[in-house]
Design a protein around this ligand. Sequence first.
Ligand SMILES: NC(=O)C1=CN([C@@H]2O[C@H](COP(=O)(O)OP(=O)(O)OC[C@H]3O[C@@H](n4cnc5c(N)ncnc54)[C@H](O)[C@@H]3O)[C@@H](O)[C@H]2O)C=CC1
Ligand SMILES: O=C(CO)COP(=O)(O)O
Length: 333
Amino acid sequence: MKLKVGLLGGGSWGTTVASLTSKNSETLLWARNPETVKEINELNSNEKYLPNAKLHKGLKATTSIKETIEHADVIVMGIPSQHFRAVLLEAKPYIRPWVPIISLAKGLEISTKMRMTQIIEEIMPGHPAGVLTGPNLAKEIHFGKAAAAVISMVDKTIAQKLQTVFSSGLFRVYTNTDVIGSELGGALKNVMAIAAGMGDGANAGDNTRSALITRGLSELTRLGIAMGGKQRTFAGLTGLGDLIATCSSSKSRNHHVGFQLGKGKKLEDIINDMNEVAEGVKTTKVVMELAKDYNVDMPITKEVYKVLYEGNTVFDAFKGLITHEVGSEKEPG
Ligand SMILES: NC(=O)C1=CN([C@@H]2O[C@H](COP(=O)(O)OP(=O)(O)OC[C@H]3O[C@@H](n4cnc5c(N)ncnc54)[C@H](O)[C@@H]3O)[C@@H](O)[C@H]2O)C=CC1
Ligand SMILES: O=C(CO)COP(=O)(O)O
């Protein structure tokens, strides 16, 4: 039997995933904006978020959250982390018992420091919670470029069932039972992407980017393990894989924020000029607190934070990193 998908969120990634799942399963996409809904239903496009992309013809959209949810066998949340809770609470009355809920978001809730699957477990106890994550720049996937992702859930049997809903053609979906590690990899790499973007914007060079990616991996793995993730996960698609994609691509919004900071632009102006979310900006705040809670040294995050929130320049950040005590490659620092 084919599962029906109810997907909440008509931004670039929500729309992309809905278009993918509609190849395998009946999919209904909820978007707030009636114009977006009309455009998806009548023109099979969502130009604001995915310019020039043609969506799968089977994809239908609606402005009704009830209609999207009430018949769904799986619910997919394509909502940015800071709005995730509010939208899930709005959907809650219509969610059928035991339906799995999958997050697409890569961030941490600023007020609680929670991961999205923790929010799902809090609001919808008993529902299997999972995350679809990996190196998946929406704008490439839409144009049929090959990519791999991971569906991460504690229950492997449910993950295997959902693997067939999300996999399609050149979009390969693996499973992983380390939800904490998978989810943290996706959230933490955004902070590193801002750092790599800062370097690129300031013309620091390929060696610098490579050092940031590698030490960034070490830094996010340290925190991720302290929080309960598994080392192997951080070396996989959801950790290293996503870190490389996001740190080295001008299609990444987080890299873009860093790049513009590296060019000397002000954060406020950069954000005002964007119509999409860059999760790393807020996640950096949460990661600073988590680093303190778990007593983990995170020098790159600290420098990114000072540029975002304390008025430091990108030059100050690199000076901070260069003067940070150099340890063994295996040790913090
Ligand atoms: N775009 C990409 O390449 C990828 C994005 N992601 C993650 O997916 C999540 C969603 O991001 P995108 O779709 O890219 O963001 P986006 O910025 O393209 O779109 C965000 C969408 O959420 C909607 N939204 C925001 N607040 C809302 C609220 N309170 N109620 C209802 N809708 C609301 C907006 O209207 C918009 O449709 C993020 O956590 C992002 O990190 C993950 C993988 C790839
Ligand atoms: O997570 C992503 C790619 O895997 C998208 O990154 P950005 O949110 O930085 O665009």
